[in-house]
Design a protein around this ligand. Structure first.
Ligand code: SAM
Length: 203
């Protein structure tokens, strides 16, 4: 997976590549999908949701430009896999999921894989997590039609937000930096995510 799906597609941050090599992806999947855990695809996790494709998890982590001491918010916990990869990269990870059953399963998978220090919250992640803000970086794994203002406001100065923006079925992953002049979009990457549902999402 690391060689064929990530390094060959220009994921170059060696810390991200090492983290992706360490986290056991199958722990975060329902048993019937264990055999497909390292496929180049998003995989079903129940409740009509998916665990993101490995390339997208790595791309989001690389675009956050993490160095190790950061406090990160992961919006759209899903299986908990992305949160586990982030926990390999930084000191503090908060993750928020709107579907309680998925949050509960993710909490248990994170514990089983040894990532107990990731804090799993239940709620509308489009509103961020004001009680834990500000964040050095925010990763969003579901698509919105625009940047949810509360997420941007919970970034530290020069903090990064990586979020799929576009229509329900096709988007671009935007890499946004909080700057004195307002949101600065560094670059965009084509992507396809499930919709972010909530106040600052698709409703
Ligand atoms: N990164 C996850 C993983 O590694 O498994 C995959 C996330 S999945 C593509 C997107 C998740 O975002 C779904 O679990 C969905 O329920 C969640 N979601 C959608 N809208 C949300 C919201 N407003 N707040 C929190 N979670 C939300």
């Amino acid at each position: 997976m690391v060689e064929g799906q990530l390094r060959d597609r220009e994921i170059s941050d060696t810390r991200v590549l090492a983290a992706m090599g360490r986290v056991p992806r199958e722990v975060f999947l329902p048993p019937e999908w264990h055999g497909r855990a390292y496929d180049d695809a998003a995989l079903p996790i129940g409740e009509g949701q998916t665990m993101s494709q490995p390339y997208m998890v790595a791309r989001i982590c690389e675009e956050l430009a993490l160095t190790g001491r950061e406090h990160v918010l992961d919006v759209g916990t899903g299986s908990g896999y992305q949160a586990a990869v982030l926990a390999e990269l930084v000191e503090r990870v908060e993750t928020i999921e709107r579907i309680p059953a998925l949050a509960e399963r993710a909490r248990s998978s994170l514990r089983e894989a040894g990532y107990d220090r990731v804090r799993v919250h239940v709620g509308d992640g489009t509103l961020g997590l004001p009680e834990e803000a500000p964040f050095d970086a925010i990763a969003v794994a579901a698509a919105a039609s625009g940047i949810p203002p509360q997420l941007y406001e919970q970034l530290k100065p020069r903090g990064r937000l990586v979020i799929p923006i576009g229509k329900r079925r096709v988007q671009r992953l935007q890499v946004v930096v909080r700057s004195p002049e307002g949101p600065a979009v560094l670059r965009t990457v084509p992507c396809r995510f499930v919709p972010l549902v909530g106040e600052g999402g698709f409703g």
